[in-house]
Design a binder for this molecule. Structure first.
Ligand code: ACO
Length: 495
């Protein structure tokens, strides 16, 4: 078969793949670097290719020109779980995982946690700059005027079982918002994007609080716009018969700090879900429901719930070595430890640890913090965790504060989703207006059968299937007598 000369093979003139490639390359500290390309030799054909390097990356599409012959599809890159693939350009959040640095729009997280409020930080994430006093005032008003939800949302939430996980209720309800705000599908209209931004940031605490009150059998509390964003959230959660709820300033500030710390974290699993789902251009409520679903998992925002369960299971400092041994043997993971990006102490975990002490002064010490701190000390001295650079992440201590504040563990991922909404929206807006982005659609390496002949059912040989096995196992469960309703979740999953 005839070989085609690749577009930018060494034999052809070395031409940059894009206009960006023509720029003089510079290293991180601004010094110019020698070559802005990667020379790749395909040993199958002996041909060499110059692949431009920009911003420390090569473009996967530049490898497509590398072919064995004209029938060849071209070389692809394989990166399950995106461990070394940048999916976008972003100016929102910067992380240096090796050094443990986190910045929103260039502002270190430590400064924001100390000096800012959640709404100011949300403005920064969404619009790129800190607001001046008038802008903050207007933004606060825009958000506050969007905190109410349609009365039918109450009925919608009432439809969930009393013991439904509040995160499930949140995901379902934020998805349902797309039916209440059909104008949200005009995603190319900047005015519509603005309105949905306010609505999403403002209504998440309302539905989160409604989900909580529903699970407690308590009446819903309407937003009180005299209060701060965090204060109003506490009001909707905990107001009883008093005429006006007054949040404790220490608890209010603790919630603000936790919200600031959780507001964004660049291309994590849920931000990636927001962008991937948003790339097919549905309304942002639908994309946010997908992002929240991604957050729900125990390897992401569900980890803080798992940390608490783990600490309760350990129960005593004396049992820590026994558990560490299990984690090292691959029997479960030390939840709240390790991170795809941080190979150092997560800066958010440090701030949360400090905030916890302030909360405990008011609420009394949560005994789990002593187990957590001892667990951290032992793990950080252990070769297994040292060699893998596993440090506490944001979720290691957050659950302990949430519990001290009186939240049940099921609320933990919900408390994460509320502030992360600002990050999701900022990521979504950046994606929608980025001319380089298209519908997210990865490639695959196909490993299955090809072009088989359909056999009529009577002539097919029998193959063991996972369905046979599953059916065998579940039949026993389905046929077992149904327990009486006694608060057991299993009682309603038999049909
Ligand atoms: N406990 C024990 N071992 C661990 C842990 C852990 N928490 N995390 C990673 N490891 C080990 C892995 O077994 C693996 O060991 P190996 O090289 O011998 O196979 C090695 O460290 C690398 O782990 P990966 O799974 O490849 O790391 P990855 O980047 O894919 O995963 C993750 C990151 C999911 C966060 C992982 O560290 C983990 O599961 N942590 C516990 C869950 C958690 O706390 N999640 C919250 C993350 S923060 C957030 O989403 C807000």
């Amino acid at each position: 078969m005839a070989t085609r000369t690749p577009i930018r093979s060494k034999k052809a003139a070395a031409k940059p793949a894009s206009r960006a490639a023509a720029k003089t390359p510079t290293s991180k500290n601004g010094a110019s670097v020698k070559a802005a390309s990667l020379t790749v030799t395909d040993n199958r054909t002996g041909k060499s290719y110059d692949i431009p390097i920009n911003d420390g990356t090569v473009r996967a599409m530049d490898f497509r020109q590398i072919r064995v012959d004209s029938d060849d599809f071209g070389l692809m890159t394989y990166d399950p779980a995106f461990t070394n693939t940048a999916s976008c350009r972003s100016a929102i959040t910067y992380i240096d995982g090796e050094k443990g640095i986190l910045e929103y729009r260039g502002y270190p997280i430590e400064q924001l946690a100390e000096k800012s409020t959640y709404l100011e930080t949300a403005y920064l994430l969404v619009y790129g700059e800190l607001p001046d006093a008038t802008q903050l005032d207007q933004w606060t008003r825009d958000i506050k005027y969007s905190t109410m939800v349609h009365e039918n949302i109450k009925k919608f939430i009432d439809g969930f079982n009393y013991d439904s996980h509040p995160m499930g209720m949140l995901i379902g309800t934020v998805g349902a918002f797309s039916t209440y705000y059909p104008d949200a599908k005009h995603i190319d209209d900047p005015a519509s994007r603005e309105l949905q931004t306010w609505r999403l940031i403002a209504k998440m605490p309302t539905i989160a609080a409604f989900a909580y009150r529903h699970s407690r059998g308590l009446p819903f509390v309407y937003p009180d716009n005299d209060l701060s964003f965090a204060g109003n959230f506490l009001n909707m959660l905990w107001k009883m018969s008093e005429a006006k709820y007054k949040p404790d300033p220490v608890l209010e500030r603790a919630i603000e700090v936790l919200f600031i710390l959780h507001a964004d974290h660049e291309q994590n699993c849920s931000a990636n879900a927001m962008r991937a789902v948003g790339s097919s251009r549905p309304d942002p409520f639908s994309a946010t429901a997908a992002a929240a679903a991604a957050l729900y998992g125990p390897l992401h925002g569900g980890a803080n719930e798992e940390v608490l369960l783990m600490l309760e299971k350990i129960g005593d400092k004396k049992r820590i070595p026994e558990f560490i041994k299990k984690f090292k043997a691959g029997e479960g993971r030390l939840m709240g430890f390790g991170h795809r990006v941080y190979k150092n102490y997560d800066p958010r975990a440090k701030i949360i640890k400090r905030t916890a002490e302030e909360v405990f002064d008011l609420t009394g010490r949560n005994p789990l913090i002593d187990i957590a701190m001892e667990l951290e000390r032992i793990a950080l001295e252990d070769e297994y965790f040292i060699s893998r650079k596993l440090y506490p992440n944001v979720d290691f201590y957050s659950g302990i504060i949430y519990q001290a504040l009186g939240f049940p563990v099921e609320m933990f991922p919900v408390l994460f989703a509320i502030p992360r909404t600002a990050g999701w929206i900022a990521q979504w807006r950046e994606m929608i207006t980025d001319p380089e982005q298209k519908i997210a659609r990865p490639r695959q390496i196909y490993t299955g059968n090809r072009t088989r002949k359909y056999t009529p059912i009577g002539r097919r040989p029998r193959h063991d299937s996972a369905h046979d096995e599953a059916n065998h196992q579940h039949r026993a469960v389905r046929l077992a007598p149904m327990p009486f309703a006694s608060g057991k979740r299993a009682a309603r999953t038999r049909f």
